[in-house]
Design a protein around this ligand. Structure first.
Ligand code: ATP
Ligand code: MG
Length: 299
């Protein structure tokens, strides 16, 4: 797989209508992948993940040393699409000091008393760090769009929640992200695209295997009943908020290893493209370093 191709293959082009139905959640994404076959592809995906983990570790070290950019990585998906596993595997090699993960569940009363970006903006990564959002302000145009009754708790000054309302939310998100990007935050957004069949299989596994029971929630089944509505909300959201400055990537997620390898590849390629450098040492600093060295040796 060639990295640039991978980025282009899964990136959502800005300003174009989109139907998730046209995006295959399966593993056979390219001719090359089909030729490899499922088992060989899994092996190859593991290798790619490993190679990327080593690269990512180096890239993160540079990011931290240069202290100019922050990287914000957003994960959105239906339940059981593999957000947790992807985050765990992809970030397994990075220095915990330079990385933070926040999960956004149902908003608290304090969250609801603020604008819809507030709780996430408090968790943004600082320069030099990678910040991961496991769900995010995008829930505000996804679960909230599927269940507009949730808006009542937000005490908004508007009362009409038609197309214009959602268009404004998309446009506020785009403006917020552009502001962040202009100030040095690189934004990557991943939608883990799992099929309805595969979700059923994973739910059944959670029910059938005692050690996985804790992962199952009856509420997840209730949300599954709204599948088509969610797909429409996701399609509209991805089309409206994939921008040049903060693109969405639709990641085929029916095969966990393929999803993890593709996500890792996109993250590393993006960070490496920043052309990061270790801070330069000036002649005066170098002289001080030499003095310190002689001092230590003379002890
Ligand atoms: P897991 O199930 O793997 O622990 P999860 O992200 O599904 O991870 P849950 O506690 O099961 O975590 O679900 C969180 C729920 O909170 C989701 O159903 C999500 O849609 C909901 N949620 C997140 N943000 C908002 C929001 N702004 N408004 C309303 N609901 C939200
Ligand atoms: Mg859940």
């Amino acid at each position: 797989m060639i990295r640039k191709d991978i980025l282009d293959l899964f990136r959502v082009p800005p300003g174009e209508p989109l139907k998730l139905k046209d995006h295959n959640p399966g593993w056979a994404q390219t001719e090359e992948m089909q030729e490899l076959g499922k088992d060989a592809l899994k092996e190859r995906a593991r290798q790619i993940l490993d190679e990327n983990l080593a690269d990512l570790e180096r890239a993160q070290d540079l990011l931290y040393a240069e202290n100019r950019y922050a990287v914000l990585i957003i994960f959105q998906a239906m339940d059981a699409a593999g957000k947790d596993g992807t985050i765990k595997h992809v970030m397994s090699g990075v220095n915990p000091q330079g990385c933070q993960v926040f999960s956004f569940k149902k908003p608290s009363d304090e969250d609801l008393d603020h604008d819809f970006l507030w709780r996430c903006s408090r968790c943004l990564p600082e320069r030099g760090r990678i910040g991961i959002f496991n769900r995010s302000y995008y829930e505000e145009v996804l679960v909230v769009k599927v269940h507009p009754e949730l808006l009542a708790a937000q005490q908004l000054p508007v009362t009409k929640f038609g197309k214009k309302f959602w268009r404004r939310r998309y446009s506020d998100i785009n403006a917020f992200e552009r502001h962040l990007v202009r100030n040095g935050t690189v934004i990557l957004k991943f939608f883990l695209n799992v099929s309805k069949d595969e979700q059923k299989r994973r739910f059944l596994e959670r029910l059938d295997r005692p050690e996985k029971n804790w992962k199952f929630s009856v509420a997840d089944l209730a949300e599954r009943a709204h599948w088509d509505h969610y797909m429409r909300a996701y399609s509209d959201c991805l089309a409206a908020t994939s921008t040049k400055w903060a693109p969405w990537y639709i990641i085929p997620a029916d095969n966990k290893w393929v999803a993890r390898a593709v996500v890792a590849d996109i993250i590393t390629t993006t960070i490496r493209s920043l052309d990061l450098k270790y801070p330069e040492v000036s002649a005066a600093q170098r002289e001080r370093l030499a003095e310190a060295r002689s001092q230590l040796l003379a002890e």
